[in-house]
Design a protein around this ligand. Structure first.
Ligand code: ATP
Ligand code: MG
Length: 172
């Protein structure tokens, strides 16, 4: 992971990368600011050079996710490829992840837990109705939009990034 440069300050599509928000197993996530609209977005950039086939599959999955419209599913705003590295532009959740809000070992009040579970269940039901399986449900992938309002992120992206055969199951 060390040989993946920090791209803060660089431009990606219409966005300038302001700071790194985090990094996962397969991607780095940056806070971006739109050059013209001045809006903020989170930009997830996949590590490493991918083959044309990887990019085609990744793009197809991004198309599916971009069509999901649900209040508790994080919105995908755009997608691009920069020197063979695909990136996804999505809503920026300023509240961070549920894991950041509740570090491992902390106690989530029952009322809050219930609120979160209802929201994620609704998001998953909607996804399942669209024949999509998330495959990576965890607090790191639940983002706080507002105090008690969360959105599920990372649909299939991770599974795709390291297992290209898994995408085939997405629409069969
Ligand atoms: P992985 O997805 O590889 O299993 P992960 O979920 O921790 O691991 P990413 O989805 O790549 O990793 O995200 C890394 C971190 O970036 C998240 O844990 C979170 O802190 C931050 N992040 C991701 N997406 C957003 C977003 N839309 N808004 C704000 N912060 C985000
Ligand atoms: Mg994630």
């Amino acid at each position: 992971m060390e040989n993946h440069p920090n791209r803060v300050g660089q431009q990606l599509g219409n966005y300038q990368l302001i700071r790194m928000l985090g990094r996962g197993g397969f991607a780095e996530v940056y806070l971006g600011k739109h050059l013209y609209l001045k809006t903020q977005a989170a930009i997830k950039l996949l590590h490493g050079q991918l083959t044309g086939q990887h990019i085609r599959l990744f793009t197809r999955e991004a198309q599916i996710i971009a069509n999901l419209k649900h209040p508790h599913i994080l919105r995908v705003l755009d997608f691009g490829v920069d020197t063979s590295m695909p990136y996804l532009i999505m809503d920026y959740a300023s509240g961070g992840t549920l894991r950041q809000r509740y570090p491992s070992g902390s106690v989530v009040p029952l009322g809050k837990a219930l609120t979160y579970v209802k929201q994620i269940a609704a998001a998953l039901q909607y996804a399942h109705n669209n024949k999509l399986i998330h495959r990576d449900i965890k607090p790191e992938n639940m983002l706080l939009i507002d105090k008690s309002f969360i959105a599920l992120s990372d649909f299939g992206i991770v599974a795709l990034a390291h297992n290209t055969s898994s995408i085939e199951t997405a629409d069969t």
